[in-house]
Design a protein around this ligand. Structure first.
Ligand SMILES: [Fe+2]
Length: 307
């Protein structure tokens, strides 16, 4: 939490059919609908999250990610980070409080990779869903589908990884948890964290800016990942790959698509980091094993299907 960023707070995803998307994220992934707004956007959260929403579905003509937001500890941090972004040469846009219902003002900027990010300090505290604050039970009994625990991270595809690294590490306070280096020693993948998690956001080198690879939700156990795979088949949901394990981060994972073609991941496990850990490095020559630890080869769809 160096420089005051706490966690990934939300992601707004464009969807072609709002009701089909809601059915996917609510009934299959297991998120909880918390609000809607006059733009037709639908707000959802995972049950352990204490703020009002972490996923916003935005009805649109094409799929993809509008923006990913990080929550900072307080307003003073937001003010400081805006100055730091400007000093680095990154213009910012001010989004007023309430533009997303229940969210305070947001500072929006575009990373050199072409992706839009936001920082905010305030969001309506709703507490964990379905459990009490005093003597809480282990989990709510009426969770649906995969029973996602939390929104965890996003993976972006884009160019200018070095400048994006500089911005995220030196301005925003992320650290490099894991990387893939090509034969020249150039970084072609960077997994960045602001917590003890294996990653909070990741970037993979791609010639086109601003592409979205996946939004990921955390599950508790490998059994939950296998159960997610069953649910994907039961609902005839488009599957990408898995269940399998990543080399990078060592998470146990499955990938699938929402009805608009946006990729989702649910996963469990994965490595952890403390400030004295050194970054883990994978060689690009071993990228197959780095991405899919068991098959040790990439599937073309994983590399090329982006929104
Ligand atoms: Fe992921």
């Amino acid at each position: 939490m160096r420089k005051g960023l706490m966690r990934p707070g939300h992601v707004q995803i464009r969807v072609l059919d709002a009701e089909a998307a809601l059915k996917h994220y609510r009934d299959l992934v297991g998120l909880i609908e918390t609000d809607r707004d006059e733009q037709g956007r639908i707000y959802l959260k995972a049950w352990t999250e204490v703020d009002k929403f972490s996923l916003v579905l935005n009805p649109s003509d094409e799929p993809g990610m509008d923006f990913m937001g990080f929550k900072v500890v307080d307003e003073a941090t937001l003010v400081q980070l805006e100055q730091d972004l400007l000093a680095w040469g990154c213009p910012v846009e001010h989004i007023p409080a309430g533009e997303l219902r229940g969210c305070g003002r947001r500072i929006r900027f575009v990373a050199p990779s072409g992706h839009t990010f936001e920082l905010y300090a305030e969001k309506e505290y709703t507490g964990k869903w379905g459990v009490t604050e005093v003597n809480p039970e282990a989990w709510p009994m009426d969770l649906k589908g995969m029973r996602a625990v939390r929104f965890d991270h996003c993976l972006m595809y884009g160019d200018e990884l070095a400048a994006t690294y500089d911005l995220f590490v030196n301005v925003l306070g992320f650290y490099l948890a894991e990387q893939v280096l090509d034969e020249n020693g150039d970084r072609i993948a960077q997994f960045l964290s602001i917590s003890t998690k294996a990653h909070d956001v990741a970037f993979i080198m791609h010639p086109e800016k601003g592409k979205f690879h996946h939004a990921s939700f955390f599950l508790e156990t490998w059994e939950d990942v296998l159960r997610a795979a069953d649910l994907i088949s039961m609902t005839d949901t488009s599957i990408d790959i898995g269940p399998t394990r990543h080399g990078l981060t060592h998470g146990k994972t499955i990938y699938f698509f929402d009805p608009s073609g946006n990729r989702n991941e649910v996963f469990c496990g994965g490595d952890y980091n403390y400030p004295d850990h050194k970054p883990v490095t994978w060689a690009a020559a071993d990228l197959g094993k780095a991405i899919f630890y068991h098959d040790r080869q990439l599937n073309e769809r994983f590399l090329t299907v982006l929104t």
